[in-house]
Ligand binder design. Structure first.
Ligand code: ADP
Ligand code: MG
Length: 693
């Protein structure tokens, strides 16, 4: 399937010189490919910044605290005296002055080889002024004339993981560049650099612009990524609408029964969304619709009623959730309503195993199950439907086009409804969903009370705990969300466990703990105990973020709120304010608070409107997030960054539309090049779709 020209790009990195099994493991971690990183992954791992080593002043000209490369003559060594903690010093000079090089824990014979007395060496690093003397502590580079010739004038700095140094990454990238070659041009315009040349520019910059996200090389690559995304969407869209849908005409029998079983009536926007969905289902075109709704806006009921409509027509529906907790919760909400309406629901996650699973699969294939709720497990092979009419994907940003298609391919001309937990700003809707139809639940169910949101510095945590004690004594229920540590799940976990232990000292067995590393049953038990009120305070990592619904919970404390994105905070806050009680959200932050973080917390205090907050989030990220690239990237994209490359999106979208208009099967020469592009950015599902016809 994959064009041969890409073989060197998709070869495992272990084939590169110098990468043995141990390094490979670290690289896999660095590149987020535990199953084995490929050369391409390495090439797409772009530098976070650069060090400019081009400044070559004399010692008299040196500006302290800047990075310089100096030509020096080595005068003498002053090794660390035994028992002292002083550094090993090397004295050197040039025609204009003197400098001291300082090394801690240095080995004498190694030092004498590195900086032989009487010789000339070039050193690169940051010079400081110490006791009136120029000093360089641990030069980054010490080279002789031959080494100098090879010293990159601008050195890329990469994000790293434990076990890897910059040297490892640079050498591996160098090998990867040598190992791969030019590819046919897929861009329609005339880019300054070809794909491979652009990669080489960014990884081996000669100018600081070369490796900057704003520079032409990186922009080319970002455009490629955006184009691949837009093209995949356009292709999917072209196919899905070209395939004639199969109208599902319900008689209203089940949906009426479901409505009758609900303890409330639908909001105006729920009714509107439902009408739009029903019209899609009844029409001859395939449905591809986005249901956007703020937390608690009542998407689940809309989903169930949509399912009811196709089931009335004698067909089946599937509802896919991103996590097991959420799938089970959907099941819990839906089961009683389904029972009241007389439709059969089943749950399928990774945890359904053995005989029960086989029986379930058989029932599904025989059409005895009307609605199946589950996780990724739903689109595995072996899951067959008698007649799947509607795939509902509770997306929450976590599934890509890929999974949506995989689920939709389980039936014939399946209608697709994608639900998003947090409203998505318009530009991002385009990025992820192309020109999908969209329904928005802007109206909240009646009777919701506003959530009292406050930002509190973390040094007042004792007050918070004391007040929490009062609330728990009154029988209230609360979440305590633990900090998100970017680097690793294990430290998230340690933080949550430590907080749990501490809160348990105050509140004993009223406290529960749930986190992502817990086994399914343990997680369920913790959630169930909290839902039943056996525990009143649930310490959690962000696993509760997505959709967890315990209406009795009326307090949420979010620790290190400054580390979360706005959308995520809003999503977390949405865990409360679901019941009759007035709710409180306490955002604990650590001082000093950065400007962007301050604005984020302020926005949250001011508004509960997810549509507004989504736009704010985008605006704040656009202004450059201090947290760096991770936060400012388009989620799900590797190179393209919203703040820097947002302007390329419309162009990519137009180019993609153009391609699909002129060569929707990608058969021409340019079409072939574009297929290569789709593979590079793993949008090849779209290619599969092409061959499926
Ligand atoms: P979300 O959009 O976040 O998935 P849910 O579907 O979980 O929201 O709904 C949140 C809560 O609101 C649920 O307890 C649900 O039963 C309730 N709900 C949904 N629609 C209405 C309505 N029209 N009136 C009152 N409550 C509703
Ligand atoms: Mg939901």
């Amino acid at each position: 399937m994959r064009p041969d020209i890409l073989n060197s790009y998709f070869a495992p990195i272990t084939g590169l010189p110098g990468i043995g099994p141990k390094l490979a493991k670290s690289f896999n971690r660095l590149l987020g490919r535990e199953d084995g990183a490929r050369v391409l992954d390495l090439l797409l791992h772009l530098p976070a910044s650069t060090i400019d080593r081009r400044a070559r002043p004399t010692l008299a000209e040196v500006v302290p605290d800047t990075v310089v490369t100096l030509e020096i003559h080595v005068d003498r060594h002053a090794p660390t005296p035994p028992g002292s903690r002083a550094p090993y010093r090397v004295y050197a000079h040039d025609a204009t002055g003197d400098i001291v090089l300082a090394f801690f824990k240095a080995d004498r014979s190694w030092m004498e080889r590195l900086l032989p007395v009487g010789e000339t060496r070039w050193i690169s690093g940051t010079v400081t002024l110490y006791d009136g003397m120029l000093q360089m502590t641990h030069p980054d580079r010490v080279v002789d004339a031959a080494g100098l010739a090879k010293l990159p004038p601008i050195e890329p700095v990469y994000p790293l993981v434990e076990g890897l140094g910059h040297g490892h990454v640079r050498r591996a990238v160098e090998a990867a560049l040598a190992h791969t070659g030019d590819l046919p041009e897929w861009q329609g315009g005339e880019p300054t650099y070809g794909f491979h040349a652009a990669l080489a520019k960014v990884h081996q910059p000669h100018d600081s612009q070369d490796a900057a996200p704003e520079g032409p090389a990186w922009r080319r690559l970002a455009y490629d990524e955006l184009l691949a995304g837009q093209l995949a969407l356009a292709l999917v869209r072209a196919r899905t609408t070209r395939q004639v849908g199969r109208p599902s005409l319900g008689d209203g029998r089940l949906t009426r029964a479901i409505l009758a079983a609900l303890p409330f009536s639908l909001t105006g926007s729920q009714n509107e969304a439902l009408a739009a969905i029903r019209a899609d289902l009844a029409s001859n075109d395939r449905m591809l619709r986005l249901l956007q709704g703020d937390v608690g806006s009542g998407k689940t009921v809309v989903a169930l009623l949509a399912a009811g409509t196709v089931i009335e027509a004698g067909r089946q529906a599937a509802l896919m959730a991103p996590t097991e907790i959420l799938a089970r919760q959907h099941m819990k909400t839906i089961a009683p309503l389904a029972q009241a309406a007389g439709l059969t629901v089943a749950l399928l996650t990774g945890r359904e195993k053995g005989r029960a699973r086989d029986a379930l699969l058989a029932a599904l294939a025989a059409g005895e199950v009307d609605l199946v709720i589950g996780t990724h497990a739903l689109f595995q092979e072996g899951v067959r439907f008698d007649d799947l009419a509607l795939a509902i994907v509770d997306e929450q940003h976590r599934f890509g086009v890929h999974q949506r298609l995989a689920l939709a391919s389980k039936g014939e001309a399946v209608d697709v409804l994608v639900m998003t937990a947090t409203p998505i700003p318009r530009t991002l809707v385009l990025t992820y969903f192309g020109d999908m139809d969209s329904s928005e639940l802007r109206e909240k169910p009646a009777g919701r009370k506003p959530i009292d949101t406050r930002a509190i510095p973390s040094d007042r945590i004792d007050d918070v705990v004391a007040r929490l004690g009062v609330a728990l004594a009154e029988g209230r229920r609360a979440y305590w969300i633990c900090p998100l540590v970017e680097e690793s799940e294990t430290s998230d976990l340690a933080a949550a466990e430590a907080r749990f232990a501490e809160l348990a000292m105050h509140f004993g067995d009223k406290v529960g703990l749930v986190h992502g590393k817990m086994k399914g049953a343990g997680k369920d038990a913790a959630m169930a105990a909290f839902a039943a009120g056996q525990t009143q305070l649930l310490v959690a990592t962000t696993v509760v973020e997505v959709g967890v619904d315990v209406p009795e919970a009326s307090i949420i404390v979010i620790e290190h709120a400054e580390r979360f994105g706005l959308a995520q905070l809003h999503q977390l806050r949405g865990r409360v304010g679901r019941g009759d009680a007035a709710s409180t959200c306490l955002l604990l932050y650590r001082r000093p608070l950065g400007e962007i973080a301050r604005q984020r917390l302020e926005a949250l205090r001011q508004s509960e409107d997810g549509f507004f907050l989504a736009e704010e989030d985008l605006r704040l990220r656009g202004e450059g997030d201090v947290l760096g690239t991770r936060q400012s990237g388009f989620p799900g994209f590797r190179l393209a960054r919203l703040d820097v490359h947002g302007d390329l999106l419309t162009r990519a979208r137009e180019e993609a539309a153009d391609v699909v208009r002129n060569d929707s099967d990608l058969v021409g020469e340019r079409g072939a090049a574009l297929r290569v592009l789709l593979h590079i950015f793993e949008r090849d599902v779209a290619v599969k779709l092409l061959s499926a016809g």
